[in-house]
Design a protein around this ligand. Structure first.
Ligand SMILES: NC(=O)c1ccc[n+]([C@@H]2O[C@H](COP(=O)([O-])OP(=O)(O)OC[C@H]3O[C@@H](n4cnc5c(N)ncnc54)[C@H](O)[C@@H]3O)[C@@H](O)[C@H]2O)c1
Length: 431
């Protein structure tokens, strides 16, 4: 099929590349000309494991093109995905200006029947608004479909190529049939394509992210209680996770959730509910627990050192999670800002997010090229993102490089017994 994907970010680029990988002809559209030039030159604007190879291969085989020319891409397509950002607006709601702006442009470009797909995460009612925006610009026939994306950054290719399910909200047979055909090759392993109305499809995405965020905040509170009563959150996690009704995933406590999705999607759902006169009390608590949890390590540092003024803290990990360079809403940002406020210095290392951190913090923190360089002369090490390379480090070297052998482990990746045996003063979450 011929496809256009408008918005070539973490989602749009993965969707475009994976659709091309299965034989479709895809044009990835973005208004950011620098990004499009970069992709045409074979360079990647983001880090996502496995993506570069798929992009390069499909670009070389001329199934995947990059352009800023939205009208031409739309005119040449049977299906047009909208995958632009839906950032948080000032009142917490999803800001739809990019989605609706693109919808108007698509409307002006239509020259034949086309299916327009909302891939961006958007509140209930957006499919109807996109439909109205397009209808205001054209008399051509078209359908609007809601198809929320459930991929995880860091495992995006695998998630898109082998989804647990595909959710499609559609109000007419013609677009439903086309979408089923498009996703057929991705669901051969038996994953269901779930057809539903657009409102349910739109709400499904917010409900999914909100329940995951709820599990994280819930476990962070269990961890905080563990610390007070002398229990070990790891034991509790294993005990409850083995119950099939609960399951093992998303039960790891830490320094709170971040990223471009959970924080804004939780806020947007609270806001949508409030607009209908409903207070979503659980989600309000989920958010407030997360805000405090992001500063948990700094509190532990203050308890240990007293004043932090004049101390230097080494940070391992800046991205909001491993295997991405994305720092949007990352706990590392809250931690660094608080440390700087308290007069501490920060030396930081991340395998992929250093450029992003440089744009955010400039020379207010020292960004190191190598993990061990960050430890040089620091008073303590804080592990903020659980990249694999931090899991089995050279502890002897860590001890030699730090001024004092103190480790704050925000991801519980080390064993407390082992750390103590090695002579570290060791703090983790809920243990
Ligand atoms: N990042 C994720 O893991 C993830 C997962 C599922 C769903 N989502 C949702 O997908 C959407 C996109 O997220 P993302 O992380 O890919 O965002 P992103 O910021 O990485 O990418 C958005 C892209 O859209 C482009 N864009 C904005 N306005 C445009 C316009 N008018 N015309 C053309 N291009 C335009 C931007 O230049 C940018 O390249 C959001 O709604 C998000 O909530 C994200």
């Amino acid at each position: 099929m011929k496809i256009a994907v408008v918005g070539t970010g973490y989602v749009g680029l993965v969707v475009g590349a994976c659709l091309a990988e299965n034989g479709n002809n895809v044009a990835c559209v973005d208004r950011d000309a620098a990004k499009i030039d970069m992709l045409r030159a074979g360079r990647m604007p983001i880090y996502e494991p496995g993506l570069e190879e798929i992009v390069r291969r499909n670009h070389e085989e001329e199934r995947l093109a990059f352009t800023t020319d939205l009208p031409a891409a739309v005119q040449d397509s049977d299906i047009v995905f909208i995958a632009v950002g839906t950032p948080q607006g000032e009142d917490g709601s999803a800001d739809l200006q990019h989605v609706l702006g693109v919808a108007h442009k698509i409307g002006r470009a239509l020259s034949k029947y086309t299916v327009i797909v909302d891939k961006s995460t958007v509140p209930v009612g957006t499919a109807a608004r996109v439909k109205a925006a397009i209808a205001a610009e054209t008399t051509q026939p078209f359908s609007v479909v809601s198809n929320p994306e459930f991929l995880k950054q860091g495992a995006a290719i695998e998630d898109f190529m082998k989804p647990d399910r595909v959710v499609i909200g559609s109000d007419d047979e013609r677009s439903a049939a086309l979408m089923k055909e498009l996703y057929g090759p991705f669901t051969r392993t038996g994953a269901p394509i779930m057809m539903m109305d657009t409102a349910s499809a739109e709400l499904s995405k917010y409900a999914a992210n909100s329940i995951l965020a709820t599990r994280i905040s819930f476990m962070n509170e269990i961890a905080n209680v563990c610390e007070l009563v002398g229990a070990d959150v790891d034991q509790v996690r294993r005990a409850i996770g083995s119950d099939r009704r609960i399951g093992t995933s998303f039960l790891f406590p830490g320094v709170g959730y971040g990223g471009s999705c959970f924080p804004k999607d939780v806020k947007a759902l609270v806001r949508s509910a409030r607009d209908k006169g409903y207070e979503f009390r659980i989600l309000e608590a989920v958010e407030s627990v997360n805000d405090s949890q992001k500063l948990k390590l700094v509190c532990k540092m203050q308890e240990h050192f007293g004043e932090l003024k004049g101390r230097t803290i080494a940070l391992w990990g800046l991205a909001f999670k491993p295997r991405t360079d994305d720092m949007r809403e990352a706990p590392a940002i809250s931690i660094i800002n608080r440390l700087l406020e308290l007069g501490a210095g920060v030396r930081a290392y991340d395998p992929e997010a250093a450029d992003t951190a440089r744009r955010l913090f400039g020379d207010r923190i020292a960004l190191c090229e190598k993990s061990y360089d960050a430890l040089n002369g620091a008073d303590a090490l804080a592990v903020v993102t659980e990249w694999n390379e931090f899991r089995e480090p050279d502890f002897k070297r860590i001890k030699q490089l730090l001024k004092t052998p103190v480790v704050f482990d925000g991801r519980n990746i080390y064993s407390p017994e082992h750390m103590r045996a090695l002579g570290f003063t060791y703090f983790s979450i809920g243990r």
